[in-house]
Design a protein around this ligand. Structure first.
Ligand code: THU
Length: 129
C-alpha cells in the first residue's frame, strides 16, 4: 500500500475528531498485516481526563474487530511540527502492534518517520511479567 493512501485515511479520520476543548484535531490510520486500514480520531469530553487519542482509538477499534498483526500507523495533525504519539499511545501501540513504522504528517506533507522501538526505548511489556 502506498504511504499516501494511509496518510489520506488518517486525514479523513481527523475530520471526525471530537476536540472541542483543545481544538487540536488528530487522525490516525493503522495498516494491518493483511492491508486493511483501521482509522481513529481523538475523542475529548467534558471531564478532559477521559480523552482518548486518535492512535489508541484506532488500535482499540482494530483489536475489537479481530485484527492481530499490524505494519504501520500514520498520524495526522494540522501543525508544521510533527505530532508524535504520546507516551500512553506508544505503550499501547507497542504492546499490540510491536515495532510499527510510525508515519507523521500534516494536512500537506509528511513531517516525520520513525520506528516505534526508537520512540519507546526500554519498554515495559508482557515479556517482563
Ligand atoms: N492527541 C492525539 O490524539 N494524538 C497525539 O498523538 C497527540 C495528542 C490528542 C489528545 C487531545 O485530544 C489533543 O490531541 C490535545 O492533546
Amino acid at each position: 500500500m502506498k504511504d499516501s493512501k494511509l496518510i489520506a485515511a488518517a486525514r479523513r479520520a481527523r475530520r471526525n475528531a471530537q476536540a472541542r476543548y483543545s481544538n487540536f484535531k488528530v487522525g490516525a490510520a493503522l495498516e494491518t498485516a493483511d492491508g486493511t486500514i483501521i482509522t481513529g480520531c481523538n475523542v475529548e469530553n467534558a471531564t478532559y481526563g477521559l480523552t482518548v487519542c486518535a492512535e489508541r482509538v484506532a488500535m482499540f477499534k482494530a483489536l475489537s474487530e479481530g485484527h492481530k498483526k499490524f505494519r504501520r500507523v500514520a498520524v495526522v495533525a494540522d501543525t508544521e511540527a510533527p505530532t508524535p504519539p504520546c507516551g500512553a499511545c506508544r505503550q499501547i501501540l507497542w504492546e499490540f502492534g510491536g515495532d510499527l513504522e510510525v508515519i507523521l504528517a500534516n494536512l500537506r506533507r509528511e513531517t516525520g518517520r520513525h520506528q516505534l522501538k526508537d520512540l519507546l526505548p526500554l519498554p515495559f511489556d508482557a515479556r517482563l511479567l
